[in-house]
Every structure is written in structure tokens, then in C-alpha cells.
Design a protein around this ligand. Structure first.
Ligand code: SF4
Length: 349
């Protein structure tokens, strides 16, 4: 395991947040309390890990909106963990309206390398109804400052926020791509217990963004980011005991959401290609690289069943083929003839 993928998360739930966004309840999402953060950092310094150093990550709040004095306490503790070799780099997440040149200079002085910006949407009406308290322009301005400061930029977006739709999400993705982030995270909306969104949902003022909704829209977004060479480093909330234990009341909470989305991307690709072939009643073979076989099949072979029904196929086989790099579809011209041949013999069953 490299230092880059050994993350030591330090949760600072809601620290620095000027108010609480309608979908957010960091206490339920992380199960952590802000006071624990410094203790976690100090214990990391006192008991440095065996093996590769960690990447230290401050999550769950608006780091750069915390009063400067308190930020310095965290940064100094992080610096000590870095000095003793327990930590190799530092990343943090924050709000777009809490980024200035001066703040970024301070972060750099303490060795922060990556800033994750909660953009969530580039649609101002969606930002407004979600109680974000910042605009799309704030996202553009902060992204530019972060990149100009020479820091890595990770943008986070959400799908299924109040007032958003598939077209809005696709537009948000295109606008985020234009900001040239080093990576993105996509978080489809989950209705978390104790949030304003829960109250809106219970009063019938917000329609749940289901797992299927999330899979459909994220299967449009993922190819856009990948085509632009921007890695999607997270798809869906990290499963936690709190969320799985009941804090995720409804919405797009699924421990394998990323896998479902990647599987849908392949189904969409196969659908596009089959639509261009005259394949009704045909015998089809889909060849995929070994690592994509289970994604192409889908959970419980759901993609195979869906494509067979969609195109009224006589047979659909999915096979791993080391020779192909993506999906290759072949139609067996003799499949119907062979079936007819065998149908002339009486069955022994
Ligand atoms: S989404 Fe971010 S800014 Fe909004 S309340 Fe949660 S942690 Fe704070």
C-alpha cells in the first residue's frame, strides 16, 4: 500500500460551517465529535504507524472557515505528525466561500497539499434551496485560487439535491470539468436523520433521490469525467455503522453504489451498440476484459436480462476476452439456423 492511499481521516463535524446545509448531519454521517480530532492527531504523533506514512485528511467541516487560531492548533498538530514521519501529506475539505489567497498561503506553510471543495452544484437555484449559502461563482473563484496557489484541487458534487435534475447534474459536471480539478467525488443525496431534508421529505416537499435515480444520473456523469481525464475518486457516501444502522433514512445510500454505476455505464454502452445493429431475435456475444466481466453481467446478471428483454434477443452471452480492451459485441449469424436444426429432434426430457 502506498502512502498516497493510506488515509488517516480526522473528522471535525460542522466546525467552521456558518450554518447547516439541508442534507447534512455530519454527526450522523461520521459518528465523530469535533473534540476528538486533536486527540486523534496527538495519538498519531505519539504512536507513529508501522510501514508507510499516512495522508492526513480533515473531513466533515469547513476547515478554512474555522477561526484562524483554532485552524492553527490543528495545523500545528498535523505538522508535528508530519515531522515525526507519521504523516506524509495533508488534505482538507472546505467551502468555496471560505477560500482566499491569504488562507491558502497559510495552508501551504503548514504542508497542506490538497484542498477539497464542496461545490455540490453549479446551479444557483439548487445551491439556494439546499441552503449552501454560496454561489456557483464562488466555486469558480475558489477553484482558480487553489490552482494558482499550486495546490491539488478536488471538487465534490452531489446529485438529487432539491430542485436539481439529470440535466442540471450533467451541466454541473461540465462546469466542474472546465475548472480542471485533479479529481472529483460524486455524492448522490441521502436523506440523513435529523436533517432539514428529512423534514422536507416527510412533509412531501422533497422527492427521494433513489438508488436507481443515482445510478441513472451518475452513469451519465462518470463517462464525462473519464473522457476529460479526471478521476472520480469516490462515488456515494462511505458506508458507516451510523448510516447503515438507520441514520440513512432513504435516498441513494448503497454500500456498492460505485460498482452499480460502473455496471450501468457498460449496460448503456452495450445498449447504444445493440441499437445500431439489426439484432431483434439475434444470438449475441459481448466480449469484455476480465476485470469488467462482473460489471457487464450486473448484479445477479441483471444487465443480461435487461438487454435480452430490451432487444428481444434469443441469447446473450457475456465472456471475458484478454484480447479486448473495452466492450466488443458480435452477432452469431448461424445461431437461429442451429436452433432450428436441433428443434427437429424430439427432446429426451
Ligand atoms: S455540507 Fe459542508 S458546509 Fe454544509 S453543513 Fe455539511 S460540512 Fe458544513
Amino acid at each position: 500500500m502506498s502512502a498516497r492511499n493510506r488515509i488517516f481521516p480526522v473528522f471535525i463535524p460542522h466546525l467552521g460551517c456558518p450554518h447547516v446545509c439541508v442534507f447534512c448531519n455530519q454527526h450522523e454521517i461520521t459518528g465523530a465529535a469535533a473534540e476528538e480530532a486533536l486527540q486523534q492527531l496527538n495519538s498519531l504523533t505519539e504512536n507513529p504507524p508501522q510501514g508507510a506514512a499516512y495522508e492526513l485528511a480533515f473531513y466533515g467541516g469547513s476547515f478554512t472557515a474555522i477561526p484562524a487560531e483554532q485552524q492553527l492548533r490543528y495545523l500545528e498538530a498535523a505538522g508535528r505528525a508530519r515531522a515525526c514521519g507519521a504523516v506524509s501529506s495533508i488534505r482538507l475539505s472546505t467551502r468555496p466561500d471560505a477560500v482566499t489567497e491569504e488562507i491558502l498561503e497559510r495552508l501551504k506553510r503548514y504542508g497542506v497539499e490538497t484542498v477539497e471543495l464542496g461545490a455540490q452544484s453549479m446551479q444557483d437555484p439548487v445551491l439556494l434551496t439546499s441552503g449552501r449559502g454560496h454561489s456557483a461563482e464562488d466555486v469558480r473563484r475558489a477553484s482558480l485560487l487553489i490552482r494558482e496557489a499550486g495546490l491539488s484541487l478536488v471538487l465534490q458534487m452531489m446529485t438529487g439535491l432539491p430542485g436539481d435534475d439529470d440535466a442540471g447534474a450533467v451541466d454541473t459536471a461540465r462546469q466542474l470539468i472546465a475548472l480542471r480539478p485533479d479529481a472529483v467525488r460524486i455524492y448522490p443525496t441521502v436523506i440523513v436523520r435529523g436533517t432539514e431534508l428529512e423534514r422536507l421529505w416527510r412533509r412531501g416537499l422533497y422527492r427521494e433521490h433513489t438508488v436507481e435515480d443515482a445510478v441513472r444520473v451518475c452513469a451519465m456523469l462518470l463517462p464525462l469525467f473519464e473522457a476529460a481525464g479526471i478521476p472520480v475518486i469516490r462515488l456515494g457516501l462511505n458506508p458507516t455503522d451510523e448510516l447503515s444502522g438507520g441514520a440513512a433514512l432513504a435516498g441513494a445510500y448503497h454500500p456498492a453504489l460505485g460498482e452499480l454505476v460502473r455496471s450501468r455505464v457498460l449496460r448503456n454502452l452495450a445498449e447504444q451498440q445493440l441499437a445500431e445493429m439489426n439484432c431483434e431475435g439475434a444470438y449475441i456475444t459481448i466480449r469484455v476484459p476480465e476485470k469488467k466481466l462482473s460489471q457487464m453481467l450486473g448484479q445477479k446478471c441483471c444487465n443480461v436480462a435487461w438487454l435480452k428483454e430490451r432487444f428481444h434477443l434469443s441469447a446473450l452471452e457475456v465472456v471475458a476476452d484478454p484480447e479486448v480492451t473495452n466492450l466488443v459485441i458480435e452477432q452469431d449469424p448461424y445461431g437461429a439456423l442451429i436452433d432450428e436444426f436441433w428443434s427437429r429432434f424430439p427432446s429426451k426430457a
